[in-house]
Design a protein around this ligand. Sequence first.
Ligand code: ADP
Ligand code: ZN
Ligand code: MG
Length: 485
Amino acid sequence: MPLAEILQKYEPVIGLEVHVQLNTVSKVFCACSTRFGEPPNSLTCPVCLGLPGALPVLNRAAVDKAMRASLGLNATINPVSVFARKNYFYPDLPKGYQISQYDRPLAEHGWLEIDTAGGRRRIGVTRLHLEEDAGKNIHEGLPDSGRNSYVDLNRAGVPLVEIVSEPDLRAPEDAFEYLTRLKEIMLYLEVSDCNMEEGSLRCDANVSIRPVGQREFGAKVEVKNLNSFRYLQRALEYEIERQSEVLDSGGRIRQETRLFHVADGRTAPMRSKEEAHDYRYFPEPDLAPLRVDAAWQAEVTGSLPELPAAKRERLQATYGLTLYDAQVLTASRALADYFEEACRHSKNYKGIANAIMGDLMASWKAGGLTVETSTIPPAHIAELVALVDEGAISGKMAKDVFAAMVEKRQPPRALVEAMGLRQISDTGALEKIVDEVIAANPSQTAQYRAGKTALLAFFVGQVMKASRGQAQPALVNDILKRKLG
Ligand code: ADP
Ligand code: ZN
Ligand code: MG
């Protein structure tokens, strides 16, 4: 059954668990570097190797960043939070437990807003806690990979925050939007690079369905292995279809953990042995409870940048942008700064927004550039918009000037001069050309004056040709009508 039809009958309920790797210089409980892509096991020490007797020491910078993430999600930071051991066996976890937080997390009761087809909605963030990452098992890519697996512990001990949402999402697109906004906030806060391919942003999705109108939630399934935004949406769509088929055929949903398989876009149950967890959480005896006093919280609060939602609203109010334009232009802090810098040079804000979102962003994409590496400064975009507004060049000419800006890296006004492109909007000069065209075409002039006014287009064409395309068409029309009439 197509999804749209399923959604007439069942309402999905979705909650996300997102792991964000914090971009600290060193690991969360030792001084090892967090650099990505170094030789396996080169960034390790007795603490992150889990050697007996080694003791963890909390990295203050990791707490700072976790606090920034919490405040950026409008969560309340607990004055005291407690580290806990989450016990399980896996080769990438040498200690046999992960240091995490359990019943007393760093922060709780947050939210973020998403824009959906049905309007703006607030999605609850249940909790945010600080924990250490595990290492990585390597099953592929080595000469003996057919027989052996290896463990790389460079990632073991890198700080993570886990951000758990309330089951407030109601559609796969909501989940996509939530993750988009969450990532944007983390990037604005500069606490993570949120690179999904490198695993610094990871997402598990919990999903259930219930008959439309029913209050109680259905049994949920947790879907893992969603390492792109697309996969998240596709996995949820697949799960909603699968669950509806189970219910429609009189079955019950088994509460279980499933893995998303990229190859066929389906989910399949994890082996139950892997799924059967009894983590035996208990407070970490080697770390004191984490105390955050008012002064520390005030310090972090004072260092927060303007966040995406506030920036969107301010850009809409200050520059008269639509929500869509504001969303595109606040996709990163740097892009919003670029836009605002351009707006200091021209008051045609809509024109500047269009130029950035059109030709400029297309040229970045084509040239493998970003706002950070752009060769065109904001002032030049504003100047190009102003040249069109002044009537110095036509919108069509602006395209050519822009192409020259990309190629020659010069300001548009200078290029217009150098290219001899300046649009003729000087009435005197145009009148002279019009007079010449009329004089050169006596029979057409006579026909026009006898009532064949459709010939106006012919005259306009002649004038444009004589001016090598530089005459301002509206002005040419006026002058021709006056002189011929
Ligand atoms: P667990 O005990 O399995 O960890 P939690 O209640 O802690 O379950 O919730 C884990 C995640 O699952 C949260 O993101 C939450 O929003 C989501 N969730 C909880 N119940 C449901 C449900 N019935 N359907 C979909 N998601 C749910
Ligand atoms: Zn270490
Ligand atoms: Mg839970």
